[in-house]
Design a protein around this ligand. Structure first.
Ligand code: KIV
Ligand code: ZN
Length: 385
């Protein structure tokens, strides 16, 4: 079975959404949850963009040991040096270099000729390769780029050390069929393409980010980039939880899997929503509050007779509790600890005792304690310590 690497950019592209501004401890909290979820790569920020991003990337790289931590860098020596300082303490330092390759971006944004872009890309990868063991190279606005130029720059950066080639649909313009054809074109026209991992990075401007990412997998991508809940610039990025669950449920079709711990999906989604303030729409696939609710009489009747009549994803698969056990003021320490463990938190007795006091205080004011409330308690406790 093919393994698809999951590259999470919630803390970089996701955090770039209008209105989102996570502080340092919030970023660290998200990174730790992404580690529990089992993503392969965490893009923790853009180190050269601000002191805050530099610190967040550095501390996350040093704290997270089970994922590779990366940071975004423009194709210039200054950005690469700053990124190295931020990432060198990581378990597997990796640089994410990018430059735009579409005529529209090269002419108006970069004001560079294609030859200058090619030379800049090659020189930056060469420079970065002296420091970083792994370099990912992204051709920004790849889906509006001329394919022969795209193939040329991809081959050139592979020759000087790029190990992952990312093909971003920066403005969410492509369609699943077209995106697949770009991957086919590169496989046929880049002599060294088999030496690298191909990656997809899709935006959702036309509502096709997840479909485009899945198409990329069908056409050879072995890495998918996206964010939790699909947050990100404008209409957002591809929602990673949807892709992972689609691969799991339609395994018969895709013959590919991720290494994600799917039971951690729901609470990762809840945490990201809570910290970013971006509400998850109730009808959102996989993590929406109604994703497993059956309302119409015919559907309820069918589900009561046999769940699979109308339920293709079981709620437990993504960490939504299956039973009606509700935590409230009468709940004991055992049920409390259990639910925390289901949410992925293995806490010490001392931590449980502390949280349990806070839980009881809250339960006196509120009839039902939701997972969201529990996550708030944990988070506040950590901030306080
Ligand atoms: O959308 C995009 O092109 C990006 C790149 C910087 C990878 O986020
Ligand atoms: Zn992006």
């Amino acid at each position: 079975m093919r393994k698809i690497n999951i590259f999470d950019t919630t803390l970089r592209d996701g955090e770039q959404s209008a209105g989102i501004n996570l502080n340092f401890s919030e970023k660290m909290e998200v990174a730790r949850q992404l580690e529990r979820l089992g993503v392969d790569i965490i893009e923790a920020g853009f180190p050269a963009s601000s002191k805050g991003d530099f610190r967040a990337v550095k501390e996350i790289a040093e704290a997270i040991r089970n994922c590779s931590v990366t940071g975004l860098s423009r194709s210039n020596m200054k950005d690469i040096d700053i990124s190295w300082d931020a990432l060198k303490g990581g378990a597997e330092p990796r640089l994410h270099l990018f430059i735009a390759t579409s005529p529209i971006h090269m002419q108006y944004k970069l004001q560079m000729t294609p030859e200058q872009v090619l030379e800049t890309a090659v020189e930056s990868v060469k420079y970065a390769a002296k420091k970083f063991p792994i370099i990912q190279f992204s051709c920004e606005d790849a889906t509006r780029s001329e394919l022969p130029f795209l193939a040329k720059i991809v081959q050139a950066v592979i020759e000087v050390g790029a190990r992952v080639i990312n093909i971003p649909d920066t403005v969410g313009y492509t369609t699943p069929k077209e995106y697949g054809q770009i991957f086919n074109y590169l496989k046929e026209n880049v002599p060294d393409i088999d030496k690298v991992i191909l990656s997809a990075h899709c935006h959702d401007d036309l509502g096709m980010a997840v479909a485009n990412s899945l198409s990329a997998i069908e056409h050879g991508a072995n890495q998918i980039e996206g964010t939790i809940n699909g947050i990100g610039e404008r209409a957002g990025n591809a929602a990673l939880e949807e892709i992972a669950v689609a691969l799991h449920i339609r395994n018969d079709y895709y013959q590919a899997k991720t290494g994600l711990n799917l039971q951690q999906i729901k609470n990762t989604s809840t945490l990201v929503s809570k910290l970013t303030g971006v509400v998850v729409p109730p009808n959102k696939a996989v993590v929406g509050k109604n994703a497993f609710a059956h309302e119409s009489g015919i559907h309820q009747d069918g589900v009561l007779k046999e769940k699979t009549t109308y339920e293709i994803i079981s709620p437990e698969l993504v960490g939504v509790p299956s039973n009606d056990l509700v935590l409230g003021k009468h709940s004991g320490r055992h049920a409390f600890r259990n639910r925390l463990e289901e949410l992925g938190y293995q806490l010490s007795t001392e931590e449980i005792n502390k949280l349990f006091v806070a839980f009881k205080e809250l339960a006196d004011k509120k009839k039902e304690i939701t997972d969201d409330d529990l996550l708030s308690l944990i988070y506040e406790e950590k901030l306080g310590s």
